[in-house]
Design a protein around this ligand. Structure first.
Ligand code: NAD
Length: 480
């Protein structure tokens, strides 16, 4: 069985303890590779390698660091198909999605930050004739990057690329549930000639390998994407060690539809924002609020089209949804559907596991599920499900829908559909979300600040925000 290895100090190595974790292909429900079950000794070796590489890497001209990142980006593109197949096998997502979204975006992450660092500048503050202040922004040292399973290579590289571009060295840990593309990335980094120790990838469990990163005194910065509860644990560990933290956490995003919207475009995009990647995107709109005069029309059309979304083998280009990531995750999704029933909801479509024929007969698939008849305050509408499950709720006034939308502890992304420009601007100001999409969803410009408020996170990724996060500002004041 294929054995994934850690990437430490430029080499592919087995974990010190020689123990492994099973890695499943969720579409067939079988173990197909083994992942290192690394512990604090592996993290120690990675920190040592990164610390050793830092003086040279951090003092290289930005253009030179950029050249390595561009080479990695090119290699990701050259290996598009292989990486897409691997992402699909690990995560269950349709290979067509991995080919068109996940892997191209991983390449873009490296390319974007390779060029962004060459445009990065720091500020100066002149005090008339008295003094001038200027800000230096130094790379910090060894950075810990911890990422989740839903967009594995996409989100892992979204952290690694800016950290490296800014001159830091990295100890990264991908999710133990989807380690394969991070492993393949380490092979590509070797091929790109990235200097030893600049990037280290250590595989393993969150509570063991991940927590060895958050407790290590040699890692002063942690960039984390994952669940809100894990974020709270990391914050509690890291705070007394005064680590710099960026936390990208869960969401329960509203998708708000006014009757004056461009209907067909809204309908098609809402199907995507509900069910893309099996609903396992932190930005998916899982609560759909529809102005009452449009409610019935929308419900009928949306349910009709949701039923037509094909669920099945991720290798087939005709399937719109693949498998969900694991058996425990499928059970969690199904238990939320049961909860929705108990809370008085009506399941309009889906609401069950899908049994697929042939190769995928033992895989973990869930039908696109649409639920109505629930209050915005019930658990189904307050807690993150992270699967192909959405609820429909009618509203009468703008005031009312803003209150519904803002009623959860989360604040990651919101979509708003209206042709009324004044209303769009007014609501954009009032919705408690870090990202507001008006008449669109997932339209991403990598220069914009990305992240959530409330329990959806602390700090922002993207563009110069990320480069600022991965550098330490130092003010220099010169008296005239
Ligand atoms: P998770 O929190 O279980 O795991 C995320 C990562 O943290 C994994 O690598 C895991 O091994 C590690 N980890 C777990 N416990 C740890 C600990 N005690 N110390 C250090 N590391 C630890 O999340 P998940 O189930 O992999 O991902 C799903 C969650 O991620 C959802 O809540 C989703 O909304 C969120 N997410 C957020 C964003 C965003 O940008 N805001 C993007 C994608 C996913």
């Amino acid at each position: 069985m294929f054995q994934i290895q850690n990437y430490i100090n430029g080499k592919l190595v087995d974990p010190v303890g020689h123990t492994c974790i099973d890695n499943y292909n969720p579409a067939i429900g079988e173990v197909y590779s083994r992942t290192p079950d690394s512990d604090e000794r592996d993290i120690e070796a990675a920190v040592e390698a990164a610390t050793g590489a830092f003086p040279d890497w951090s003092t290289k001209p930005a253009q030179e660091r950029a050249r390595y990142l561009l080479r990695i980006s090119d290699l990701i593109e050259d290996n598009l198909d292989r990486l897409a197949q691997a992402e699909s096998a690990d995560n269950g997502k349709p290979v067509s999605l991995a080919r068109s979204v996940d892997i191209p975006r991983a390449a873009s992450n490296f390319r974007f930050f390779a060029t962004a660092i060459q445009h990065f500048a720091s500020e100066a503050h002149a005090m008339e004739d008295t003094a001038i202040n200027y800000t230096l922004r130094h790379p910090i040292g060894v950075v810990g990057c911890i990422s989740p399973w839903n967009l594995p290579l996409y989100l892992f590289t979204w952290k690694i690329a800016p950290a490296l571009a800014a001159g830091n060295c990295v100890v990264g840990k991908p999710s133990e549930i989807t380690p394969m593309t991070a492993y393949l990335l380490s092979e590509l980094c070797i091929e790109a000639g990235l200097p030893d120790g600049v990037l280290n990838i250590v595989h393993g469990l969150g509570q063991k390998t991940g927590s060895a990163i958050s407790t290590h005194p040699g890692i002063p910065v942690i960039s984390f994407t994952g669940g809100t509860r894990t974020g709270a644990t990391i914050a509690a560990t890291a705070a007394p060690l005064f680590k710099k933290l960026s936390l990208e956490l869960g969401g329960k995003n509203p998708n708000i539809v006014f009757a004056d919207c461009r209907y067909e475009e809204m309908l098609q995009t809402s199907l995507l924002s509900s069910f893309s990647n099996q609903g396992e995107i932190c930005l998916c709109g899982s609560r759909i609020f529809i102005e009452r005069s449009l409610y019935e029309t929308f419900r009928n059309d949306f349910v009709e089209q949701s039923k037509q979304l094909t669920v099945g083998d991720p290798l087939s280009d005709t399937n719109r949804l693949g498998a969900v990531v694991s058996k425990p995750h499928m059970d969690k999704i199904l238990s939320y559907i049961e909860l929705a029933r108990e809370e008085g909801g009506t399941i309009l479509c889906g609401g069950r596991q899908v049994q697929v024929e042939g190769r995928c007969r033992d895989g973990w698939f869930v039908a696109p599920t649409v639920i109505e008849g629930l209050s915005h305050t019930c658990r189904t509408n307050q807690e993150e499900i992270f699967g192909p499950v959405v609820t429909l709720i009618p509203f009468d006034t703008e005031e009312e829908v803003v209150a519904y939308a803002n009623s959860t502890p989360y604040g990651l992304a919101a979509s708003l559909w209206t042709e009324n420009l004044t209303r769009a601007h007014r609501m954009a100001g009032r919705l408690q979300s870090g990202i507001i999409w008006i008449n669109c969803w997932m339209l991403r410009d990598l220069r914009t600040p990305f992240g959530g408020m409330k329990q959806s996170g602390v700090g922002r990724e993207g563009g110069f925000e990320a480069l600022r996060f991965f550098t330490e500002p130092k003010n220099v004041c010169i008296k005239m």
